[in-house]
Design a protein around this ligand. Structure first.
Ligand code: SF4
Length: 373
């Protein structure tokens, strides 16, 4: 690096990994060269905000809260909807069936079915448990892209900035994010962090971005490098790539720094509450401990639904794409998902213990609850 001053930007999520990264930065570089940032989605648990305050007091490093603002995008969308007079149709790829309604599958040159492996849930690195054929894809009959006058009136009556970044983003998009369209991460976190760091570069600094990424976290991160040059005076440093979750926790505890209390409430990760990728157990925990968050999402579903052309939108989506959106809404709305989260055996049987388990008890996924207290 040249002689430009260096700023170390530590991205904080209030989880165990970024906490270790912050503690490491404090031990290795001068405090005045550290900038900690937290990208606030406005869909956070109150423990997250309290823990950020605690980390600031413990480390002496101020954590800048970054929050996206979609006021301009909402204003532009209102104008777009009001003026929309398009007439063309929009077509969608759909699984192909023959004239009897039977699926049509892809075949190899020798006439045998093409097969893809099926893995157990959350075990994409393991052995396949089965193989399944691949259905051919075709095009549907299409639908008009124009907003109907009824949908326009409905959307324009609510599409105003609410002051909540997550809700405003979904109103602007007319839908909630999904696993396939995870625009929440990009709009609420990544873009905010990148803009913050580019401002520092423009102000004449070298920026080292400290990231709490571990290789054993997921398949995608298995090759994460410790140090990378991004360009334009920006570098990425990942000081905990080789750590395990237990090592990360131990690091904080050895220094007498508490972990986010969410871990003691059964959460294996710290992020949105709930996250659009929340698993069944996580959703059940949230509904038991923080029912007000479920109420909030229920309200958001109504508002975002009004901002969508079809009139319905659900926080959780599983790729369900029935023709009648009302049926999809009934199956996937947050209340229906909470009821599903209380069931066992693929959602067909109620888990009779789900409601009587002591929800105030300690349920850390890492088995370190007592020492983490
Ligand atoms: S992926 Fe989950 S945690 Fe990340 S921004 Fe979206 S909802 Fe929040």
């Amino acid at each position: 690096m040249s002689k430009k001053p260096v700023i170390h930007v530590v991205s904080i999520s209030a989880g165990k990994d970024s906490q270790k990264v912050l503690l490491k930065a404090v031990e290795r570089v001068p405090r005045e060269s550290i900038r900690a940032i937290f990208c606030d989605t406005d869909n956070e648990h109150h423990h997250v905000y309290a823990h950020l305050d605690y980390l600031e007091q413990t480390t002496g490093v101020r954590i800048d809260r970054l929050k996206a603002d979609f006021t301009a995008q909402l204003a532009a969308k209102r104008v777009f909807i009001a003026r929309d007079l398009r007439t063309r149709r929009e077509y969608k790829r759909v699984p192909k069936v023959d004239r009897y309604g039977r699926p049509v599958y892809l075949k190899n040159a020798d006439g045998t079915l093409k097969l893809v492996p099926v893995y157990a849930e959350d075990d994409e690195d393991g052995e396949p448990i089965d193989w399944r054929p691949i259905q051919k894809m075709g095009w549907d009959g299409g639908r008009k892209v124009r907003w109907s006058n009824k949908a326009k009136r409905r959307a324009l009556s609510v599409m105003y900035p609410s002051g909540n970044a997550f809700l405003d983003l979904c109103m602007w998009k007319g839908r909630f994010p999904s696993r396939k369209a995870q625009f929440c991460t990009e709009e609420l976190k990544r873009n905010m962090a990148v803009a913050y760091q580019l401002d520092l570069v423009d102000a004449g600094y070298h920026v080292v971005s400290w990231q709490g990424v571990r290789r054993d976290e997921s398949h995608n991160r298995r090759n994460a490098r410790v140090f990378e040059r991004v360009g334009r005076g920006m570098y990425i440093y990942r000081p905990i790539v080789e750590d395990t979750a237990a090592q990360v926790i131990q690091f904080s505890l050895e220094r007498g720094v508490r972990l986010n209390p969410l871990y003691r409430e059964g959460r294996s990760r710290v992020g949105c509450n709930p996250c659009i990728n929340e698993n069944k157990d996580g959703l059940r925990e949230i509904s038991r401990r923080d029912p007000e968050h479920i109420d909030r999402i229920e309200g958001w579903e109504l508002i975002v639904g009004m901002c969508s052309k079809r009139g319905f939108s659900t926080f959780f989506s599983d790729g369900h794409d029935a023709a009648d959106r009302r049926k999809v809404y009934a199956a996937l709305n947050i209340r229906a998902r909470v009821e599903w989260a209380k069931t066992t055996r693929g959602g067909r049987q109620y888990d009779l213990l789900a409601d009587v388990t002591d929800s105030t008890g300690c349920a850390s996924s890492y088995g370190l609850c007592d020492s983490a207290a």
